[in-house]
Design a protein around this ligand. Structure first.
Ligand SMILES: NC(=O)C1=CN([C@@H]2O[C@H](COP(=O)(O)OP(=O)(O)OC[C@H]3O[C@@H](n4cnc5c(N)ncnc54)[C@H](OP(=O)(O)O)[C@@H]3O)[C@@H](O)[C@H]2O)C=CC1
Ligand SMILES: CC(=O)N[C@@H](CCC(=O)OP(=O)(O)O)C(=O)O
Length: 321
C-alpha cells in the first residue's frame, strides 16, 4: 500500500508523516523538501500512490486534485475546499454508522475542520435524538492553540505579529469577528441545523489543543430535558466509539468548580465531550487536539477505515508541546 502526502513539510503534513512512519503496513512515498512544489515529481508520486493526502491551502488542493489521473488513487484532503461538496465524503465516521460505511467506500474524503469536528460531535446527537430543535439559535465558542493557523500564522504568532500590538501574544484574542468563519457551512450541514451557529473562536498563547463550547437553555429544548438526560443521550450515542468519549458526570464536578483545560486531549486522536452547567443552562463542551482529531489524526483514521484496517493504527503520539 503506497501513500503520498502532498504538503508533507507543512504543519498537518508533518504530523501525518510522523504517524505513518510509526507503521510498517504502508510504504510512504516522500518528496525532497526543495522539490515539494515541483509538479512533475508530484504528478509521478500522486499517481503511483494508492492513497494521497492533500495537506495544502485550499486553492493548492484544488489544483493538486487536477494532477491525479490514476482512477485507483484515493484522496484524503485536509483543506476546507471540499467539505460540503456533494461528490466528497465528510471524514467524520462518528456522525453515524452510515457515514462510516460511506468513508470505507469513498474515493474522495474531506477531513473536517478542527472547530467543526468538535461542534458537530457535540451537537449532532442532540439534533438526531430530537432534543435540540433544528431552528434553535445556536451559539458556539472555541478556545484554540495557535498551530491551527498553519506555518505562516504560527510564525506570525511566535514573532508577535499576529495583531497590531507587537508584544501581546500572551493575551487570548477573539478572531473571525465578522462571524463568517470558514467552518460554518460544514457546522450547519453536518448537524442538520436550519441556521448557521453564531461562532466566535479565540486563539491563545499555547501551541495546540482546543475546546469548543455550546450553551443551551433547557427550557427551549424539546421536552425540556434535564442536564442528566442530555448527558445520557450523548453517552448513548457514542457508546461504541473509540475516539469519542462522554465524560461521566461525577468526573466533571471538579472541572465545574474550577476550569476546563483545552490541552488535555493533546497527542491523542480523542474527542472528549463534557456536559456542564445546571438543569436550566447546559454547556456542552468538546475537547480535542486540533493537530490530532482536528486534522492529522482524523486523516489517518479515515485512511484506516478506507483500507479496512483497525481504526486505531498509528494514532498514538506523544504530546507536541
Ligand atoms: N494546522 C491545523 O491544525 C489544521 C490545518 N488544516 C488544513 O490543512 C491544510 C494544511 O494546513 P497546514 O498544514 O496547517 O498548512 P501549512 O501552511 O503549515 O502547510 C502547507 C504546506 O503546503 C505547502 N504548499 C503550499 N502550496 C503548495 C503547492 N502549490 N504545492 C505543494 N506544496 C504546497 C507549503 O509550503 P510553503 O510553506 O513553502 O508555501 C507548506 O509546506 C490547510 O488547508 C488547512 O486549512 C485543517 C485542520 C487543522
Ligand atoms: C488558530 C486558527 O487560525 N485556527 C484555524 C483552524 C484551522 C482548521 O481547522 O482547519 P482548516 O483551516 O482546514 O479549516 C481557524 O480558525 O481558521
Amino acid at each position: 500500500m503506497k501513500v503520498f502526502v502532498d504538503g508533507q513539510y507543512g504543519t498537518t503534513g508533518l504530523k501525518i508523516h510522523e504517524r505513518l512512519n510509526q507503521r510498517n503496513d504502508v510504504e510512504v512515498l516522500s518528496i525532497p523538501e526543495e522539490q515539494k512544489k515541483d509538479s512533475e515529481i508530484r504528478i509521478k508520486l500522486m499517481n503511483e500512490a494508492d492513497i494521497v493526502f492533500l495537506c495544502l491551502p485550499d486553492q493548492a488542493a484544488r489544483e493538486a486534485l487536477k494532477l491525479i489521473i490514476n482512477p485507483n488513487t484515493r484522496v484524503i484532503d485536509s483543506s476546507s475546499a471540499f467539505r460540503t461538496h456533494d461528490a466528497w465524503t465528510y471524514g467524520l465516521p462518528e456522525l453515524s454508522a452510515l457515514q462510516r460505511g460511506k468513508i470505507a467506500n469513498a474515493a474522495r474524503v474531506s477531513v473536517p475542520g478542527c472547530h467543526a469536528t468538535a461542534f458537530v460531535l457535540a451537537i449532532n446527537p442532540l439534533v438526531q435524538r430530537g432534543i435540540l430543535p433544528r431552528d434553535y439559535p445556536v451559539s458556539c465558542h472555541s478556545l484554540t492553540g495557535y498551530s491551527g493557523g498553519g506555518k505562516a500564522f504560527i510564525e506570525q504568532y511566535e514573532t508577535g505579529r499576529f495583531s497590531d500590538i507587537s508584544d501581546n501574544r500572551s493575551h487570548p484574542q477573539h478572531y473571525s469577528l465578522t462571524l463568517d468563519h470558514k467552518h460554518l457551512p460544514e457546522m450547519k450541514k453536518f448537524t442538520d441545523l436550519e441556521f448557521q451557529p453564531a461562532f466566535l473562536p479565540t486563539v491563545c498563547d499555547y501551541y495546540n489543543g482546543m475546546v469548543v463550547t455550546v450553551p443551551l437553555a433547557t427550557r427551549l429544548l424539546i421536552n425540556q430535558p434535564s442536564l442528566q438526560e442530555i448527558h445520557a443521550a450523548l453517552t448513548n450515542y457514542y457508546q461504541e466509539e473509540r475516539f469519542v468519549s462522554v465524560i461521566p458526570l461525577d468526573d466533571t464536578k471538579e472541572i465545574s468548580q474550577y476550569a476546563l483545560d483545552p490541552t488535555l486531549s493533546n497527542g491523542t486522536n480523542n474527542s472528549e465531550i463534557l456536559v456542564l452547567g445546571n438543569d436550566e443552562q447546559v454547556l456542552v463542551a468538546c475537547r480535542l487536539d486540533n493537530l490530532g482529531k482536528g486534522s492529522s489524526g482524523a486523516a489517518i483514521q479515515c485512511m484506516n477505515i478506507m483500507l479496512g484496517l483497525d481504526e486505531e493504527l498509528g494514532l498514538i503520539l506523544e504530546p507536541t508541546k
